[in-house]
Ligand binder design. Structure first.
Ligand code: RET
Length: 262
């Protein structure tokens, strides 16, 4: 039963706050003057949102204790059965906003711009809505699982969340990957690189959840907070920098240089 935030956790949460804030600034600097500046904006906000929610957790405001107490009459009098767990609920507020932004970043590498409307445009909106919808439900149902103390409830939510995760993976490995391939070798190569990195990193989340205090409790909350910080920084700052530099390289001369030449 972990019911309070330790100083080890606090230290890692401050590292997360500083890392995300620096990452947000680095993305602004590295992406300066790039074409398709929406990538710079979404990647900046992924890190900025995470910096705010890490700050909330570091200050001890992003966690709650979920507890259940039941009293029963026993031959020896009243027996109390209490279980309680500390849950960093703020992670889910972070993820429910940042994971759709990360996916939109990946999708807009593969899918053609929404010009002219018509059938391809509508299809693109359908695909994006499907992926973002499944992703939001993955995070929400994961939160329901984290807040469950009853293990049947908890594992039911875990399975539901994994189902939505698999739907996201099926879409980004299937139709979106095919759309990237249709855009030419350069786009396909950047998309496939980002897709591989995203998939490996995102698989760590459910594994850590199930091994950590939300699931079986095989690893301590201290270890869980430390590993989540490192993976979160890689999946947000590392991924964002790769996306912004990849797009910048692909589109050649920065927009600013083009403007001054015109
Ligand atoms: C949860 C609950 C258990 C089942 C599954 C999960 C998946 C979480 C993922 C989170 C990704 C977060 C990222 C954050 C930002 O950097 C919610 C742990 C499948 C995939 C990338």
């Amino acid at each position: 039963m972990d019911t309070f935030m330790t100083s080890t956790q606090e230290t890692w949460l401050w590292i997360g706050t500083a890392g995300m804030a620096l990452g947000a600034l680095a993305i602004l600097v590295v992406g300066h003057g790039m074409k398709e500046s929406h990538h710079r904006v979404t990647s900046f906000f992924v890190c900025a949102i995470a910096a705010c929610l890490y700050l909330l957790m570091a200050q001890g405001q992003g966690d709650i204790v979920v507890s259940k107490a039941s009293l029963a009459l026993t031959p020896l009098g009243v027996g109390a059965d209490v279980s309680a767990e500390l849950v960093y609920y703020a992670r889910y507020i972070d993820w429910v906003f940042t994971t759709p932004l990360l996916l939109i970043g990946l999708l807009t590498v593969a899918l053609k711009p929404l010009t002219g409307g018509g059938e391809p445009g509508r299809e693109r909106i359908g695909l994006m809505a499907g992926i973002v919808g499944a992703d939001v439900l993955m995070i929400l149902t994961g939160l329901f699982g984290a807040l469950s103390l009853d293990s049947t409830h908890k594992y039911t939510w875990f399975i539901v969340s994994c189902g939505f995760f698999l739907a996201v993976l099926a879409l980004i490995w299937g139709p979106v990957r095919a759309a990237a391939a249709a855009q030419g070798a350069e786009t396909a190569s950047l998309y496939n690189k980002l897709l591989g990195i995203l998939t490996v990193l995102w698989f760590i989340y459910p594994v850590l959840w199930i091994l950590g205090t939300e699931g079986t409790g095989t690893i301590s909350l201290n270890t869980e907070v430390a590993v989540f910080t490192v993976i979160d920084l890689t999946a947000k700052v590392g991924f964002g920098l790769l996306l912004v530099t990849g797009i910048k390289k692909m589109s050649g001369a920065p927009a600013a240089a083009e403007k001054s030449a015109a």
